[in-house]
Write a protein that binds this ligand. Sequence first.
Ligand code: GCW
Length: 699
Amino acid sequence: MKSTLYRAWLQYSPVQDAELREAYRRVLGTIVLEGRQSELLDSAIEELRSGCRSLLDIEPELLLLGNEMPQLASNEGISSGLQLRVQPAADNVQDLEEGDNSAPGKLGPEGFRLQYLGDSLQERVILIGGSEKGLLYGVFHLLRLVAAHEPLTAWNVTEEPVNRLRMINQWDNADGSIERGYAGRSIFYRNGRFTNDLTRVKDYARLLSSVGINAISINNVNVHEIETRFITREYLPQVAQIASVFRKYGITLYLSINFAAPLHIGGVGTSDPLNEDVRRWWRAAADEIYSHIPDFGGFLVKADSEHRPGPFAYGRDHADGANMLAEALEPHGGIVIWRCFVYNCMQDWRDRSTDRAKAAYDHFTPLDGRFMDNVLLQIKNGPMDFQVREPVSPLFGSMKHTNQVLEFQVTQEYTGQQRHVCYLVPQWKDVLDFDTHAGGQGSYVKRIVSGSLHSMKLSGIAAVSNIGDDENWTGHTLAQANLYGYGRLIWNPDLTSEEIAEEWTRQTFGNDEAVIKTVCGMLMKSWPIYESYTSPLGVGWMVTPHTHYGPDVDGYEYSRWGTYHFADRDGIGVDRTAATGTGYTAQYFEPNARRYETLEDCPDELLLFFHHVPYSHRLKSGKTVIQHIYDTHFEGADAAAALLAEWASLEGRVDPAQHAQVAARLAEQAEHAKHWRDVINTYFFRKSGVPDEKGRTIF
Ligand code: GCW
């Protein structure tokens, strides 16, 4: 029996309420499946059966009505039960536009319709998938409703994912380590080899599929020596095995590649993207990959970024590099996902004219329109690097002729490393709901990445995973909510953070209303709390270099990374205005550019990202900057301690193993928050000499 920690949100805890259980048993006792047998349907049935066994303690009777039994092709005679059906492919709506209701009867290939039909004589639930994959998503949704104790009469939903590409990126290395991983070692690799036991990979596929993820890249974007060879005959049989595990759950496999592979392992002597031998080498590599994995997704590429090789070495640009790979993959239907995390990581801190925040826009906007149709640019949510608070990257909306993917970070590199609780869905929602004004008012990021604003050929959302081989997958059990929430949010960006938190809590901890209220409350305030005792007002980077954990205010101040706060005795912040600063604000469309440019209009939470101000500057809140720093740090550390107390009140109401795990982490967070508080407050008190109005202890 798998532990509660391991089962995450797929607990399928027994429904205790007798009446409800009976109602579910009546309709789930018989499952009628119309359709041909397929891997995806097998997964759907397997999930349904194990779900019913565990939730309802029943072994549903399965009737197959398919090509095997054409004489039973109608459903007459079946009085009650669950009827599963796949819509004929000819009826699929291929490119379902956002909010398109023109074809109410038809589903997109990943959509499903779940309907309860009950009267006094018979009770049926019909689940129709737009394809086998849609049906699988529908099964997970149905089980979610049972786990949340939703009454049958409320089972009437039609769902379509809003985003086409819904991807997770593993930063796993072949040696078993995970770059920026905070939950143990890799579940894919150990000591330079693929793991033999794929049980865990399968359970990961189930978790991902249950929230609608449909793509995965399985190795770090920093591609080292062994991983460079993943695209060769030597490793492809093993990659293919992993691909087949994910395929059964509707997830397409991708690999991160090394741009210099032709040079390093191909014996070509160059990796120049315009060299004919190099192009031939990549075409052959693609042919080889597809002979092992016919539905291989494509390549994820970090090039000319943080010392990774790329086209610059040959005087070529990103479009040359990406198109060369795209050309090799195109005959097979593969795509290239090219990352925009490109900046000068060898900057001189004395150089005040270079601004890292501007780099991605400056590199990529001139290339708009030059990328092939099967290339997507993957853009981090902010212009810097997954800080607790950043503005939205100005690249969104600025390339109308280029496919775009938004990149989030589920792993909590700068947000407490899964030792602190930090529910990130509200942060991601801020990004998705940001109005870029690229095509006038209402040009939200979510409409750009769903492809509806500029009608892109391909688009979507990707994120760096937060899992490892820790028993509970994510180190902190509450961090499971981020992986769950990521999938649910990108399926439907209009879900609220609260709705997602509640769904997750019910499935993970059960339906005790006191537990739900407390856990959801804790999740919802966790990001503001984390922000309050760490870097203030959007300035970022006050972390220990390299590990990125814990406070070090000047850790990055005199470094090469382009990450400065410029605190002195008078003030703090980065002047990124067009008038007197780096000019970054001008990368936004109006009215955003003016809003950020103008000190009075710039939102408080981003003030120090855009402006250098004296400590005496008054925020919209009425407080001075320095008093804001003191207040938030004192309050933040208190709030972290309060989280621990709230959680303690749930002892006996949640599973003991889960309770103990979270309690231990919250205790650590409360201690560490005090450390953050004192380091930050002391630093600014010493710099500014301004005492705390409330006379609290500062060292
Ligand atoms: O966030 C930074 C990380 C690196 C990472 C890089 C990237 C995989 O500190 O560890 O490398 O970004 O996104 O490429």
